[in-house]
Ligand binder design. Sequence first.
Ligand code: NDP
Ligand code: OAA
Length: 274
Amino acid sequence: MAQVKVALAGLGAVGLKVAEWLDSDDARTLGQGLDLVAATASSESSARTKLAGLTHQPSYLSPGDLAEAADVVVECLPPDLFRAVAEPTVKAGKVLMPLSVTQLLVNWDIVDLATETGARIIVPTGALLGLDAVRAAAEGTLRSVTMRTRKPPAGLAKAPFVIEQGIDLSDLSEPLRLYQGSVRDAAQKFPANVNVAVALSLAGAGPDETQYEIWADPGVTRNTHVIEVDAAEVSFEMSIAGVPTEENPATGKLTPLSTIAALKALVQPLKIGS
Ligand SMILES: NC(=O)C1=CN([C@@H]2O[C@H](COP(=O)(O)OP(=O)(O)OC[C@H]3O[C@@H](n4cnc5c(N)ncnc54)[C@H](OP(=O)(O)O)[C@@H]3O)[C@@H](O)[C@H]2O)C=CC1
Ligand SMILES: O=C([O-])CC(=O)C(=O)O
């Protein structure tokens, strides 16, 4: 059986780690195998520099051309570039693995398009946990889902809401709640910080019904998310404390690992968890 061809849109905190794993024997020989055939970054020279250590060099393609070369396109770009990758991938009936999950909410026509073309959109759990349990609970009678995020202020400094409101996070002495409300609204205000909240909402109660808070907290060094789920059949609380990556303080180190796990699930014969 032919290897599954993978393209990486983005070689930052998420994409480069995934590229390095895809270059390994582990990825290339697992099940039918995964093959990194193409990648994109802000320029070809940037991509070539980042990928210089790889044994198997992928082609460099623009975001819109990745889908033609691959079976699976992993999108890990800045949020505003999501559509440039997602639309051609879904149009071509390929598998889209998006990390900029906030962008699904404002590009929902792409999800609709997937039903027409047969494309699949597989959202890795990313920096979160427990989406399997939330999905299962949603098959019963879900009553409420709430989530509270605390991040070191540096990870929130570039959020459009923080910039527009002129909020100075550089010298906080105590936690500051930046937002309380629906996930849908939070996704617009903090597009690069609440991907996990959007994934949680799509797994469960939806972006309008999932209640969300985000805090800039000088007392934490990790990206911390606490989730409470209440349903007729079950209630549970989950928390996770992700170490920010060196490359991007907004992105936790679990995110590339979760993406690798999601890619493995495409080719492994045994799948654990629903
Ligand atoms: N779902 C989840 O759980 C999580 C999702 N995310 C999201 O994942 C996405 C990726 O995050 P992260 O890896 O930290 O981002 P980074 O900022 O570290 O990397 C972004 C990548 O995009 C490339 N890029 C920038 N501009 C362009 C352009 N014009 N054309 C092509 N490529 C470009 C950069 O290129 P270069 O390398 O040349 O600079 C870089 O490789 C973000 O949207 C983030 O919000 C983050 C954390 C958790
Ligand atoms: O890394 C995290 O904790 C989550 C994150 O940035 C996001 O959801 O965008």
